[in-house]
Design a protein around this ligand. Structure first.
Ligand SMILES: [Zn+2]
Ligand SMILES: [Zn+2]
Length: 356
């Protein structure tokens, strides 16, 4: 039995641009609960946008955070043996398990929001209080990631899971030519997962730094889309067009190029992110018909995708270290961490949860 404190310290956004620490009594550990000593939590886009006042509709005070990793230090008597004391773990979102969609395995389409994101808890705080030194969670939300993976990288469980869902949905198959448009954080996750699925990956990008980073990660077919016509380059590399294009940039030009890169018949185009301002997608319905083209949308991840994501990260088939800013703040400096994270051009900022 681990020595546990009387209170848990957690960070919350109280109003736009104000993050503070608060405490609550250490909860009673139920038979299906795991107790997690937290290691790190990366500040995701949704987190710092909330801090910056761009998501006020989600309400305050918000004690969120989801890209964390921690170590199990205690567990209830009914917790499964897949979750043992000493294991590094992360958080997955899952559905209620009971509604029609969940029973079909489509947990990201769960329609039962009762008790989840339904509003503030009895103490007034919204969110799961994951910028904290400890967490107590039901085992059904917790997934093991190899202890060999640094916690800030294990924190990419959720973003990688959303890519896994997209790769499955667009049905990437071994030896196919798969183009990724954009070598930003999620573009390079898409590239790595497509490679793990057995595809030959081609990346197009305009930013010199991102081009260099894609090459340094071992991708051979990287097209400078500023110096070259990316559509022609892809047609040359593939001998006529790609089996599949994943637009990892939500922009009209990316969709247009992606559509033009498809092979003559049965090409598939995936629109991975949303884009702001709203991009346009111009397609000729008759062409879609005669060329049997598929255009798909994707968002979120189902439970099985989180499990695959944990495997990809644990086996180092996906490495997201390139997306970490390298800046680490202790929990007491959460406000400073948000200030840096919200600065344009910054990668993921990490909050160290061990020294409160
Ligand atoms: Zn996130
Ligand atoms: Zn459900």
């Amino acid at each position: 039995m681990a020595q546990l404190p009387d209170k848990i310290t957690f960070g919350a956004i109280m109003e736009p641009k104000v993050a503070e620490l608060h405490q609550y009594d250490f909860p009673v550990v139920g038979p299906e609960d795991v107790v997690i000593k937290m290691l790190t939590n990366n500040i995701c886009t949704t987190d710092y946008q909330h801090w910056a006042g761009l998501r006020n509709h989600q309400g305050f005070p918000m004690a969120g955070g989801h890209e964390w990793a921690g170590i199990i230090v205690d567990k209830g008597k009914d917790v499964i043996s897949d979750l043992e004391i000493g294991m590094q773990v992360g958080l997955m979102s899952n559905g209620c398990g009971m509604c029609f969609n969940c029973r079909h395995g489509r947990t990201s389409d769960c329609t039962n929001t009762k008790g989840r994101n339904a509003g503030p808890g009895p103490d007034g705080f919204r969110g799961n209080k994951c910028f904290a030194n400890y967490l107590v969670f039901n085992q059904n939300r917790i997934l093991h990631i190899s202890n060999d993976i640094p916690p800030a990288q294990a924190g990419f469980l959720e973003p990688v899971a959303t890519v896994v869902r997209g790769i499955k949905k667009v049905n990437v198959k071994p030896m196919e030519d798969v183009v990724i448009i954009g070598a930003g954080t999620m573009g390079l996750v898409n590239a790595q997962v497509a490679k793990a699925w057995g595809a030959r990956v081609i990346i197009t990008e305009i930013d010199p730094k991102k081009l260099e980073r894609a090459r340094s990660m071992g991708f051979a077919d990287v097209v400078d889309a500023k110096a070259n016509d990316p559509v022609e380059a892809v047609k040359d590399l593939t001998g006529g067009g790609a089996d599949c294009v994943i637009a990892a940039v939500g922009a009209t030009i990316a969709y247009k190029q992606g559509y033009q890169m498809l092979k003559p018949l049965r090409g598939r185009l995936s629109l991975f992110p949303a884009g702001f301002p709203k991009p346009e997608l111009q397609v000729d319905p008759n062409e879609l018909h005669y060329r049997k083209i598929e255009i798909i949308g994707t968002i979120g991840a189902d439970t099985v995708d989180f499990v695959d994501s944990a495997t990809l990260i644990s086996k180092r088939l996906v490495d997201c270290s390139y997306s970490l800013e390298g800046a680490v703040f202790p929990l007491r400096d959460l406000q400073k961490a948000y200030e840096l994270a919200a600065t344009p051009g910054t990668y993921r900022v990490t909050v160290d949860l061990q020294g409160v």
